[in-house]
Write a protein that binds this ligand. Structure first.
Ligand SMILES: [Zn+2]
Length: 379
């Protein structure tokens, strides 16, 4: 099917069903928000079954504790991986304190934008293709994980294995505010801890016999912050630090937690080498740095840009524009892009306030975002 015919069909879908999709999406969001409050085991079982029943999927099974995978389409290999996460940064009970509310066309709810709305988008894009007889032959895999916000420790292996089995990865993280831009690159994210050891001593009676770990830490903080290089997009942030016990004791211990961000693998490597070879300044002190890159950089690659160009053309056919952006924040797209699998991120819903109390989804954007994603799955 040519581009024009597709655009016509999807545009028709958008016009005819916009109201229905918007209201049904609100319902879906409510369901997903409720699901998010259930125990993980129950989520796995219920979400898998629920998706399987509604998506007429060929297979649905829990891969491991925190992951649900649903596959549609007839092909056995290749195809598109839709990557979602159902966890949020919010504590259990947040919805009871701040219930879902709709105001001025915006749905406010913890996790609605990042990224339960993205799950809704994925479901409606697939549903639209099914309803309109536009389902492609290719395989579409929907992977929903539950530990993205905490670093994807249990889901990373599954994400990487699934990505390698597909031709492209579309990540349903929120579109970039305010105009819903798509992300072709993300910085890599590293977490490090610096431990400083000194020698404790009486601050008054034997000051000279002590080695002040906090003094050493002060030198290290300045050296670490200086690794920042805005020109290369590299940032290093000493975010939390501590040490010592009482003001009349020379502290023998101090520490700092460090967040690093890098645009490419070479910069990530430079930072890693610099951090792990820090030398003490104060005589008698010692420093140790542990940690590493939690998420590799999602570099702007020709494959990712080609996916963006396709999205740009499909959106233009639907009557709206999407811009290309990058961000310092990581996602599970970092893992898939680093494996060389073409990845486009930000294909979730438009809105704003990720990780903030004003988190919301713009309801009128849901049909056009679903149509855009449907177009991406179709071509
Ligand atoms: Zn997210």
């Amino acid at each position: 099917m040519g581009m024009h015919r597709l655009a016509f069909r999807v545009r028709g879908l958008r016009g005819v069903s916009a109201g229905r999709i918007a209201s049904a999406s609100r319902w879906l969001l409510a369901i997903l928000l409720l699901v998010g409050r259930m125990r993980i085991g129950a989520v796995r079982a219920s979400l898998g079954t629920w998706l399987a029943a509604r998506m007429s999927s060929r297979e649905a099974w829990p891969i491991q504790t925190l992951v649900s995978v649903v596959m549609v389409g007839v092909a056995l290999a290749g195809g598109v991986l839709l990557l979602c996460h159902m966890d949020t940064v919010w504590d259990l009970g947040t919805l009871a304190q701040r219930p879902v509310r709709i105001e001025d066309g915006r749905l406010y709810a913890a996790g609605a934008f990042d990224m339960k709305g993205g799950i809704v988008n994925a479901l409606w894009a697939i549903r639209a293709l099914q309803v309109h007889g536009l389902m492609p032959e290719r395989r579409i895999t929907l992977l929903i994980t539950a530990d993205e916000e905490t670093g994807s420790a249990t889901s990373r292996a599954t994400i990487e294995a699934e990505a390698l089995g597909h031709d492209a990865v579309l990540v349903l993280e929120p579109a970039h505010p305010p105009h819903g831009a798509l992300k072709t690159w993300r910085k890599g994210v590293g977490e490090y801890r610096l431990e400083v050891k000194g020698v404790a001593s009486h601050a008054g009676a034997a000051h000279e016999q002590g080695v002040n770990a906090l003094e050493e830490l002060a030198h290290q903080v300045l050296a670490i912050q200086a690794l920042t290089d805005y020109g290369r997009g590299t940032t290093v942030n000493v975010g939390v630090a501590g040490g010592g016990t009482r003001d009349n004791v020379v502290p023998d211990h101090a520490w700092a937690d460090i967040d690093v961000r890098a645009m490419n693998a070479a910069e990530a490597e430079r930072l890693h080498r610099a951090l792990t070879s820090l030398q003490p300044h104060v005589k008698g002190a010692s420093v140790t740095v542990t940690g590493g890159m939690n998420r590799p950089p999602m570099e702007r690659t020709p494959g990712g840009v080609a996916l963006f160009r396709r999205a740009e053309a499909i959106a233009a056919g639907l009557g709206f524009a999407v811009d290309e952006v990058g961000t310092g924040g990581g996602s599970d797209g970092n893992f898939t892009a680093a494996l060389g699998v073409p990845t486009l991120d930000g294909l979730g819903v438009t809105g704003d306030g990720a990780h903030a109390v004003h988190e919301h989804v713009i309801l009128s954007s849901l049909p056009e975002r679903a149509a855009l994603l449907a177009g991406m799955l179709r071509e």
